[in-house]
Design a protein around this ligand. Structure first.
Ligand code: XIL
Length: 371
């Protein structure tokens, strides 16, 4: 059963009781429809944008925080599940697929007329430990192909864009040909990347297939080297005829490291010239080294974001811009990069109380948000 969790987005009030219990029952297929009030036909009045804006969201946060769903419905055109489509969530055991949480997020998106990006089919991290037992190339290939076929088929027509391969380049790329080690590269010697793209395209020829990467945005030798290796992989895939349609720049920005505006704009221009689309897929700003003052930090964060999207947007608008979360209340940065002074992190467009920050203004301006 499809959940009925649609919000009136002009005032951020749910059209129906948005309780944890109701959400669990409906989103998780408990058989309770909240649509009986007949009020669901109210037209959505989301901001219209020239460039689509979206945010990563997790089911657990939606369930525990009644303000999150309405805020997403108000600001976003699309969502991307934080973890629910990763191997660790979908594949508890070799023969088991657990789609419950991912399905609930797709239902939430459908009810609120939000697009969904799929993240991610191939990644070195967040893998269930049983994948270590895939000990021959044939077993690894079978598992990879079967997984992609099952998952892409299930969400065909609903996940219009997929991060097929995530983070294929190591942090320290000592040569442009270097690739990040993973269970897949150890078994398949690197050919898993092209295989993943071809498999996904065969299952859903209409999906936009994306190669997603981070730390290619900054000034500095290691970032330039990583960008060169990323570029090399893109060329390799295109040369082999792999169905690569778009490049995702994660854009987990370091608050205190300048954006390589010229280098990034040149790179993105090159991607456009190759006929590839470009997406900003996971934007947020790590602020653990920034000044303590919240106002000062928000100003620096907004400037970083502005530099970034100015560079990425210079050769032409990106396909979409997504932040890795919407509100500081729910961000991985607080767990991974907390501040030494104990002050809460402020990495996202809305603060922990859902107030707009300058970050949101930069996004609205860039995406051409009209009220
Ligand atoms: C992160 C999630 O936000 C965390 O909750 C999880 O513990 C680890 O993964 N790049 C990516 C995302 O592509 O999948 C990562 O998400 C953040 C970095």
């Amino acid at each position: 059963m499809v959940s009925k969790l649609r919000f009136r987005v002009d005032n951020c009030e749910p059209l129906m009781p948005w309780t944890r219990r109701n959400f669990l029952k409906t989103a998780l297929g408990g058989g309770v429809s909240l649509a009986a009030d007949g009020g669901l036909a109210a037209p959505t009045r989301r901001r219209r944008r020239r460039v689509r804006y979206g945010a990563a969201v997790s089911l657990a946060d939606l369930q525990s925080d009644p303000r999150l769903g309405p805020a997403i419905a108000n600001h976003c055109d699309l969502i991307v599940p934080v973890a629910e489509l990763k191997w660790k969530a979908l594949r508890p055991a070799p023969d088991v697929y657990d789609f419950e949480a991912a399905d609930a997020l797709f239902a939430f998106a459908a009810e609120n007329e939000l697009g969904v990006r799929g993240h991610t089919l191939v990644w070195y991290a967040d893998m269930p430990s049983w994948t270590q037992t895939l000990d021959t190339p044939a077993a690894a290939e079978r598992a990879l192909v079967e997984h992609i076929e099952r998952v892409v088929a299930r969400y065909r027509g609903r996940a219009r864009s997929w991060d097929v391969v995530n983070e294929a380049i190591p942090d320290v790329a000592s040569s442009p040909r270097e690739r990040r080690p993973s269970i897949w590269s150890s078994r398949l010697g690197g050919r898993h990347i092209e295989l993943a793209f071809r498999t996904a395209a065969a299952v859903d020829p209409d999906a936009q297939l994306v190669l997603n990467e981070y730390d290619v945005e900054f000034v500095g030798a290691s970032f330039a080297a990583k960008r060169a290796a990323f570029r090399n992989l893109i060329f390799e895939l295109l040369d082999s005829g792999a169905p690569l349609h778009a490049v995702g720049l994660q854009c987990h920005l370091r608050g205190a490291t300048p954006i390589d505006r010229d280098g990034l704009a040149r790179f993105v221009g090159e991607l456009h010239a190759l006929g590839l689309k470009v997406l900003i897929t996971e934007l947020d700003v790590m602020d653990q080294e920034l000044p303590a003052s919240a106002a000062e930090r928000d100003r620096i964060v907004a400037k970083q974001v502005s530099d970034l999207i100015g560079a990425v947007g210079a050769p032409g608008p990106p396909e979409a811009l997504l932040t890795w979360g919407l509100t500081d209340r729910h961000s991985w940065i607080s767990h991974i990069f907390p501040r030494q002074d104990g002050a809460p992190n402020r990495p996202l467009p809305l603060d922990a109380d859902y107030r707009r920050k300058p970050f949101m203004d930069v996004i609205d301006q860039f995406t051409g948000a009209a009220a």
